[in-house]
Design a protein around this ligand. Sequence first.
Ligand code: GLU
Length: 485
Amino acid sequence: MKNEKDYVVRTRFAPSPTGYMHIGNLRTAVYCYAIARKNKGKFVLRIEDTDRNRYVADAEQVIYDTLKVCGLDYDEGPLCPGKYGPYKQSERKEQNLYIEYAKKLIESGDAYYCFCGHEEQHDECEDCEQTFGKYDRRCLKLSREEIEANLAAGKPYVIRQKIPEGKTSFVDAIYGTIEVDNSELEDMILIKSDGYPTYNFANIIDDHLMNITHVVRGCEYLSSTPKYTLLYKAFGWQEPIYIHCPHITDEEHKKLSKRLGHASVNNLLQSGFLPEAIVNYISMLGWYPENGVEKFSLAEFVENFDYRRVNKSNAVFDLAKFKWLNGEYYKTMDFETFAKFIEPQLQKRFGENVNHAELADLLQKRIECFDDIDTVLDFVNELPKYENDIFANQKLKVDAPLARKVLEEITPILENTEDFSKENVTNVIKAFIEEKGYKNGQVLWPLRAALSGKMSSAGGAYELFNVFPKAESMRRLKVAIDALR
Ligand code: GLU
């Protein structure tokens, strides 16, 4: 399997519906997608729902929705079956597919029945790499008659892989050749007492039957891979190309915590991160574009991605950088789209009384996610308490007494202005400046400071008059005059 041009590349994203979708899962999906698309191959979605204790009903829908919103369309999956179905392991189990293969291994001496009932101890968390001491192989010594008798008596059993003596090695595209002494490997459970296969077994059978050529997954599976290699050998099947991706950590090099909320793709979406930005950023968790251009579309990623260049070392999820990138995406959205996108947030925070279009305009180039709205527009719902130094600006040649004079002069004019549209208010202020012979800043600075109550704020005087209803603008001007007296 050297040259991808010589065969049909098939990758699979194989999530377990055990909860929310983690960004590590999504990275796997993005890499699988890119490898398939780049090589004009097929991208397959397989739902690995054999761990019935951890099954979460909604989680499957979350998987479909997330892939859809991220633009990761797949060629085969539960909702669009191809010829390798079914695409849910629970349905494959109903066809007795796994048990048949397990029995083949028993016949060839590569697996055995185990009646010890130690399953819980060993299989509590089959994906978590937890082992509680190796199984002592007691049942390997059972005679054929004893096994038959146990089976006839309906005694619960599991089927375990029999790890042979010797060494096992496999090649990973990122980590190179890895060799282990088989004495380090446990006789892992292939079929559980509920008849379901473990992930460890089902993924081998399905990857083979579905003709998967490239297996992309998190590097927490590296240590199990020798056991998979042994299964492939026992069946006489060819192994896929393994691509184990590095761990993702936070800035403190700790595992990404759910607490921070940025481990879940859904949370990110709800926090205002755009699907394009999420896909863009997480594709760089373990890979970096050779041209150094960090903002790219999924299509550009497909073009540039080479799995052989994925890093071994932990990938740091840098929230500041991720936010920056998302902000760049906001900036390039057309205004209508951005305004529509941000509208529910404005509604929630500011209600109907302020001008949402103006707020959206103020926000588009200033925020990187929804949280920033509260900082950027912290003066909208309530006029902040302020000191009079906010009215002074040396560069613009305005101090507090001049600010007071200007505000006292312009307030009655504005009060008498009926048409409070942005255009008209702008014209009225410009006419005032010209008539009085002030510099622009000497008028606009005090007005802006009075309306925002801040030394610096998003938007200038014209924008802020357009944010508030006339009454609120006039109220804020009067508060300022009082403060300056
Ligand atoms: N079902 C496994 C998971 O969700 C998939 C691992 C793999 O891609 O092989 O982690």
